[in-house]
Ligand binder design. Sequence first.
Ligand SMILES: Nc1nc2c(ncn2[C@@H]2O[C@H](COP(=O)(O)OP(=O)(O)OP(=O)(O)O)[C@@H](O)[C@H]2O)c(=O)[nH]1
Ligand SMILES: [Mg+2]
Length: 383
Amino acid sequence: MNRVILLSAAGYAALACLRAEGPDIRTLVGRHFIPSGSLQWNRCRVGELLFGHWEQKDGEEVVVSLLAADTVEIHCHGGAVSQNLLLNSLVAEGCQVVKWEDWLAQNSGDAIEKSAKLALSRAKTQRVAMILLDQLQGALHNAIKDVIDQLANQDLQSAATALESLIARIDFGMHLEKGWRVVFIGSPNAGKSSLINALLGYQRSIVLSKPGTTRDVLTATTALEGWPIELIDTAGLRSSNEPLEEAGMRLAVQEASQSDLVLLVSDASQDWTTQQDRWLSQFPNVLVVHNKQDLAGGRGGKRPEGIETVAISAEGLENLCFQIVRRTVGSPPGNGVAIPFTPGQASALGRAYALTDRQKAAEAEKLLIRLLCDENAPIVQNT
Ligand SMILES: Nc1nc2c(ncn2[C@@H]2O[C@H](COP(=O)(O)OP(=O)(O)OP(=O)(O)O)[C@@H](O)[C@H]2O)c(=O)[nH]1
Ligand SMILES: [Mg+2]
C-alpha cells in the first residue's frame, strides 16, 4: 500500500515536509514532479535530491529527495495551500494518508523512544528539547535497563537506590512539557500586571492606575533561562462588593493554590499589612516582591525579605527572573541524565519502587520490562 505522511507541523514552519512511501511511490511522484534543468526523476539515485515544480513547469516549487527505492521526501512551502496541493495529488493516486503520530509510533524502537519523539514535537524551548533528546538517545532506557539487571541479580539495594534517584527527578520531568506555573497575587495597583508585562516584554495584561484593573486570570508563557514558565496575572486581592471583582479574586486564590510558585507583589511605597502576612503563610511556595522602589523612599515599615523591583523601568527584573527559576526549576540535572517525563513512566517507577521495597524483585522487573516495551508488546503479560 502506498501512503503519504505530513511530517511537519501545520502553520508553524516555513517549509513543509511530506514523506511518501510504498512500492509504486517513485512512479506516482514522477507523474506530478517536474525536475528543473536537465535532471530526470527516473534517473535519480537513492540519496540524491532534485529541485523542481509540482504539476506544472511554473507550479509549486518543491525539493524531492529519494531516500530509498520505495521512500520519497518532498519539501514545499509551509503554507496549507501548498501542502494540500501535494497531499491531494498523491491521494488521488490512491495513497493512504497516515497521521504523523501513527507513523512515528510504527517507526520507533521502544515505548520511551516513542514518547520522547512525541514530547519533542511539543517542546517549547531548546533546553527542554535537549533533555528530551537525551531520553530519545537512551538515557532513561539505559537507567531502567540497569535497574532491571540489578533486580534480575537480586541486588535489591542497588535497584532501590537507582529507582529513588529516578523518582527524585519525576517532578522536574513532569514540568518539561507543561512548564512551571507562577501566579502573581497581591493588593490592587501593586504592579502585578506591570511586572508581568516587563517580564514578557510586551503589553499583554491590562495596566491602569485605577485599582481593580485585572479582573480575570490572564496567562502568558515565556522562557526564563530557557525554561518554559507560565506567568499568571490575577485580580488584586481586597474586600470588594463588586461581584465581578470578587469572582476574579476567588480565581486568584484558586490559581495560587495550584501553582508552582506564588509571587506576592507588594507596593513598597505603602506599609506592609497584616493581610499580606496572611497571604505569606497561606501558600507554601511564596516569593515576596517589593515593587515601586522608585516611590518607596525608605518608607514602608518592617517588611519581609524579598526582591526589590521597579516594574516601569525594569529595575531588579534580572534578579527576579533568576529567583523565579531557582524557586521553580531548581538546579536542573546535567547533560545525559535519565529523566522520567510522562505520567505513565512516573507511575510505573513508583510502583516498581514499592515492589522492591516489599522484596518482590520479579514483579518489579516485569513492570519495568513492560515500561520499556510497547503497551501491547507480547513479551511480558500484564501483572
Ligand atoms: N512608579 C511606579 N509605578 C508603577 C510601578 N509598577 C507599576 N506601576 C504603576 O502602578 C499602576 C498599577 O499597575 P498595575 O500593573 O496595573 O497593577 P496591578 O497590581 O496589576 O493592579 P490590579 O490589576 O488592579 O490588581 C500603573 O499605573 C503602573 O504604571 C513601579 O515600579 N513604579
Ligand atoms: Mg493587574
